[in-house]
Design a protein around this ligand. Structure first.
Ligand code: B12
Ligand code: SF4
Length: 549
């Protein structure tokens, strides 16, 4: 098959994510436990109505669309009918399908639909699904693209693959719901997504994102320098009116020189931006708390590898000190713990979970140790003959059951331990919403008089949120959590008193006005969830360089 499309940049391109619905069990591999919601899927899933719920667009295809000159449509979260309609209505030369491994059956069906409804189209399949060995025998596609897709698509369309990468203005989350209420979407209030790179050079053997973009020592930078990042962020700030960025880079802080140059530019320009980042613990340790705070790091997602595992980047006591310290400086911590590591046994796992929960992070993700196709771990387990046969690819994602033979823990027990970890964290530490209010208050108290106006401005934004809507939510949480854990409910009360002391008038008014509504809507939501209510994202159709009617 030709690696240059004959029509080059005049080819009409459709880029689609896989079809929904997602949060229900069906024959195409959708699973109720796999909603298109980051937090509800793998972080706050046991937190009932307090779970933070929002959707995230398919950023990979948005990035590709923004970087090709060909006429292009992005179809995000289509129904099968919407996908069929799009194919029938426009004569696409290229149909690109983006997917991860679990959705491979949807990719197969979409390829079938393209052949039937748009036989002239070349089918290109990309994203993590491409890591499945023998995928070419499972689906009817013309090209299966492993790794970075912008350069591949540019090459395929005869465009300059080395041209600078344009970053689309992406609102990071949509249709946010919490405690049964849909939050208003005001311009500039939701963080923008920024993707500085893909991959991670650390190369942990289970890590699919690292493996997919080259593995150990490799990654693809879209922006090499702090100056480039700064310019892109200014452009996104102007377009979306944001001051907050969700930085989608597996290990943003690892690139210290880039981060510090960005900080220098932010200081020069007086930018009071804030960042949510992913980072390994040892990368965080390369910075002083002062540097992190000045840089605007306000949320860190980091692996809390068991101190007894081979992956541990810090000792247990160091992790406890680090998480405590970060929170004391107003930085929300989202811990990530792996359940079912090689050294785990039914006898020690509860203690390990208890230990992880004891770090008391604002948010806590738990994942099963999972050899995913394409990773060194998968290779190793296959060679050792430990992969379980007959496990559906739709169930290989770390939120259900083991897909390999563990020395001491059975497949069914793996699910029990995973579920226990989520519920234990919730029951012992309370709703994540409450924990992040604790962190925000600590940050505000510590930095409200900071000499740098940018830092003060950032914590002032947190103060406003804390005194108003969050405080009302705490009022409702305090009441509702009594039935789960009386001590946590009392702690929420103590936090409310502290907030009241800091901002007496506004907190009283907001609680009186909004508290009872939130309590009512949270309880209504609990009932809906008990009846099996799930949420689906809306469909998006976006056209660029489009001159056809
Ligand atoms: C945002 C995100 C989500 C969002 C939804 C995104 C969406 N709209 O589909 C949410 C939070 C809902 C989500 C859910 C899930 N996710 Co998720 N998610 C991510 C995350 C954090 C970022 C993805 C991203 O945008 N990256 C940046 C872009 C630029 O990279 P990219 O998507 O890989 O795209 C590049 C290439 O892959 C390629 N490419 C992509 N598409 C195409 C298409 C074509 C035609 C071509 C040529 C190239 C190409 O080009 C792009 C630019 O280089 C990744 C982790 C990560 N760091 O990537 C995990 C990740 C993709 N998710 C993963 C998983 C497993 C899940 C879940 C099953 C939850 C779980 N149990 O972990 C659910 C499944 C939901 C469902 N029903 O489908 C895995 C996939 C593993 C795998 N090997 O398949 C990842 C890699 C995380 C991980 N390390 O485990 N996820
Ligand atoms: S540090 Fe994190 S992102 Fe990097 S390879 Fe390890 S698990 Fe993956």
């Amino acid at each position: 098959m030709n690696l240059l499309h004959p029509k080059k940049s005049s080819a009409r391109v459709l880029l689609s994510s896989v079809f929904g619905p997602y949060a229900q069990d069906d024959e195409f591999g959708s699973r109720k436990i796999n909603p298109m919601e980051l937090f509800h899927n793998q972080v706050t899933r046991a937190q009932g109505s307090f779970s933070l719920r929002m959707f995230h667009r398919s950023w990979g295809i948005m990035m590709i669309q923004a970087n090709i000159a060909a006429p292009c449509t992005v179809l995000d979260f289509p129904t099968r009918e919407a996908f069929a309609r799009e194919l029938a209505e426009y004569q696409y030369d290229v149909v690109g399908i983006s997917s991860i491994i679990i959705n491979v059956r949807k990719v197969r069906e979409m390829c079938r639909m393209v052949r039937e409804l748009s036989p002239q189209s070349v089918i290109v399949v990309g994203g993590h699904v491409a890591a499945i060995p023998g995928l070419d025998k499972m689906i009817d596609a013309d090209h299966i693209v492993r790794g970075e897709g912008i350069s591949w698509m540019r090459r395929y369309l005869g465009e300059d693959e080395h041209a600078p990468v344009k970053h689309p203005a992406i609102v990071s989350g949509l249709n946010t719901r919490v405690m049964g209420l849909r939050l208003p979407e005001r311009k500039g209030e939701t963080a923008a997504t920024l993707i500085p790179s893909v991959g991670c050079p650390m190369g942990c053997n289970f890590c699919t994102t690292s493996a997919f973009f080259g593995g150990k020592g490799k990654f693809v930078n879209f922006y090499d320098t702090g100056d480039e990042l700064f310019d892109v962020m200014c452009q996104i700030e102007a377009e979306l009116g944001v001051h907050s960025f969700f930085i989608m880079d597996e290990n943003f802080l690892l690139h210290r020189e880039r981060a510090l140059r960005l900080l220098a530019r932010m200081k020069e320009a007086g930018k009071s931006w804030e960042f949510s980042v992913f980072s390994s613990a040892n990368a965080i340790r390369k910075y002083t708390m002062q540097e992190l705070v000045e840089l605007g790091v306000s949320w860190i997602w980091m692996g809390l590898e068991s101190p007894k595992s081979g992956y541990s980047k810090l000792k247990g006591a160091d992790i406890a000190t680090l998480t405590h310290e970060l929170r004391a400086h107003g930085i929300r911590v989202q811990g990530s713990t792996i359940i079912g590591l090689e050294h785990h046994t039914p006898a020690n796992i509860s203690e390990e979970i208890e230990h992880a929960v004891g770090y008391d992070t604002d948010f806590h993700q738990f994942m099963l140790y999972t050899p995913v196709p394409g990773t060194p771990l998968y290779q190793q387990m296959s060679e050792e003959g430990r992969m379980l046969s007959g496990v559906d690819l739709a169930d290989i994602h770390g939120q259900y059951k083991f897909n390999f033979k563990h020395a001491a823990i059975s497949r069914d027990d793996s699910k029990r331990f995973l579920d226990f970890a989520f519920s234990r964290d919730f029951e012992r530490n309370g709703p994540s919403l409450y924990r992040m209010c604790q962190t925000m208050l600590q940050g505000w108290k510590r930095y409200k008089d900071h000499p740098d106006a940018r830092v003060r401005e950032r914590f002032e934004r947190h103060r406003k949120a804390l005194g108003s809507a969050y405080n009302a939510a705490l009022w409702a949480m305090e009441r509702d959590f009594k039935k789960i854990n009386e001590t946590v409910s009392e702690n929420i009360h103590v936090l409310r008193e502290q907030i009241k002391k800091e901002f007496p008038v506004v907190s009283r008014l907001s609680t009186a006005a909004l508290g009872p509504i939130l309590l009512w809507s949270a309880r209504r939501e609990e009932k809906r969830l008990a009846k099996g209510k799930t949420y689906e994202p809306p469909t998006f159709i976006e056209r660029t360089n489009w001159v056809f009617e």
